[in-house]
Design a protein around this ligand. Structure first.
Ligand SMILES: [Zn+2]
Length: 137
């Protein structure tokens, strides 16, 4: 269900791992997690199993994530509407107010998109199962 998508190394050798997930599957699983279903919680945490024992870097601040499995933000993959991306966050970034956290995530996504394509990105945040993001035309 998941595969490493993009990896970079920081000075502490913690690596940023962004998981590419089947969007419909992860959205359905996330809805079940929100009902408190323990099997669903275990299943969503298991997406990180291949990275147990590895130093993961926080998507927002690049510090090593001290928890495993990490808290992750999940957003739509701009390049592929059938996919979603899970990015790990450290406890400090996780505990930011939600709107601030999303604002920082969107800034990071825009910077990554600009670096890759040279173009600006218009990113729309929407609840899971709805449209997450789209490219500026
Ligand atoms: Zn962080």
């Amino acid at each position: 269900m998941s595969q490493p998508r993009r990896t970079r190394y920081n000075s502490a050798m913690a690596e940023l791992v962004l998981l590419s997930l089947a969007r419909a599957e992860i959205a359905k699983l996330h809805r079940t997690v929100l009902t408190g279903d323990r099997d669903a919680v275990a299943a969503i945490e298991a997406v990180w199993d291949d990275y147990r024992g590895r130093a993961l870097a926080c998507f927002l601040c690049d510090r090593e994530v001290s928890e495993f499995p990490p808290f992750a933000v999940i957003f739509g993959d701009i390049a592929d509407p059938a996919k979603a991306v899970a990015a790990p966050l450290c406890p400090d970034c996780r505990d930011m107010p939600q709107m601030l956290r999303w604002n920082r995530c969107i800034k990071m996504l825009k910077a990554m998109h600009k670096a890759r394509t040279g173009r600006d990105l218009h990113y729309v945040l929407a609840p899971p199962g709805r449209s997450y993001g789209r490219r500026k035309r």
